[in-house]
Design a protein around this ligand. Structure first.
Ligand code: SAM
Length: 268
């Protein structure tokens, strides 16, 4: 067991193991590449990480400005880009910035801004959430589309799971290893946060097992709250979907995740 606590989830060895855990998750790729193909400006992808989505977007011919605050994740994306054609590489511009406060002079506004795969849950306080949305607003074009893909809290399940250990695993094509994540969530319902203790196990084919420990804190957000946050940041919620096929969320079911689609409010 690697006894060090890795304070940051997306740094060091844990950044390397990220693809090991998620390289087979491809459910959202067609949804985002289809959106990307319809627009004329580059896409602003926030929290791009190691490029799980960035690379398929670039391969589909979309130009992507890929932003993340963790250099270690971006380094992995840079390494992966070396294996791509020059055309794909040219489609990606990497920018290391924090979504809450980045300032950048792109020279144009974006028709499509993405916060995919739960990035929003990493914005832990309401101030973080609003700062980010207000900042993003500066970069979106008048008819632009903001897409936020975020887990829907299921309170009944959360109460059952509170303090219990759960796990999932992935047989990683990238690392040629099996990666297991054990996680134990502790929910704070008044603050809408989830503190997670995490052990990641790396199982090699020669039988070696390495374990790494980290903690994370995430925020959970309800749909009505998201609508208000968007409104406060001068966005208008256009639609809420509960699948990557565009099924509408009906506010009665509890799907696992929601896709919030918002536009900047129309100025009179
Ligand atoms: C769940 S990962 C998603 C990575 C990638 N989008 C994907 O779909 O695999 C979340 C990413 O968001 C980044 N992140 C978290 N908070 C951020 C912030 N405030 N600004 C920029 N990036 C952030 C993390 O470094 C991490 O790479």
């Amino acid at each position: 067991m690697d006894n060090k606590i890795h304070r940051e989830r997306y740094t060091g060895i844990l950044a390397k193991l990220y693809d090991g855990l998620f390289d087979n998750f491809t459910e959202d790729i067609d949804f985002y590449t289809n959106l990307g193909r319809k627009i004329n400006t580059p896409i602003l992808e926030l929290g791009c990480g190691s490029g799980r989505l960035t690379l398929p977007l670039a391969r589909a011919g979309c130009k992507v400005i890929a932003i993340d605050k963790q250099q270690d994740m971006l380094n992995i994306l840079k390494d992966k880009m070396k294996k791509e054609t020059q055309e794909v590489r040219k489609n990606i511009q990497i920018v290391k910035k924090d979504v809450q406060k980045f300032k950048y002079s792109f020279g144009y506004k974006f028709e499509l801004i993405l916060l995919p795969f739960n990035l929003f849950s990493h914005l832990v306080t309401q101030k973080d959430q609003l700062n980010s949305l207000e900042n993003i607003h500066k970069y979106i074009s008048d008819k632009g589309l903001l897409v936020i893909d975020l887990n829907l809290p299921n309170v009944k399940e959360m109460i059952k799971e509170d303090g219990k250990i759960k796990f999932f695993y992935n047989i990683s094509n990238t690392l040629k290893k099996t990666i297991v994540e054990y996680y134990c969530p502790k929910y704070n319902f008044s603050n809408q946060t989830e503190e997670v203790s995490i052990i990641i196990e790396e199982l090699s084919s020669d039988g070696t097992v390495k374990k790494f420990f980290t903690k994370d804190i995430l925020c959970f957000v309800f749909p009505r709250e998201m609508k208000l946050l968007l409104e406060l940041a001068d966005f208008e919620l256009a639609d809420v979907w509960c699948s990557y096929k565009g099924e509408k969320f009906n506010y009665k079911d509890s799907p696992e995740f929601l896709i919030y689609l918002a536009n900047p409010k129309i100025k009179n």
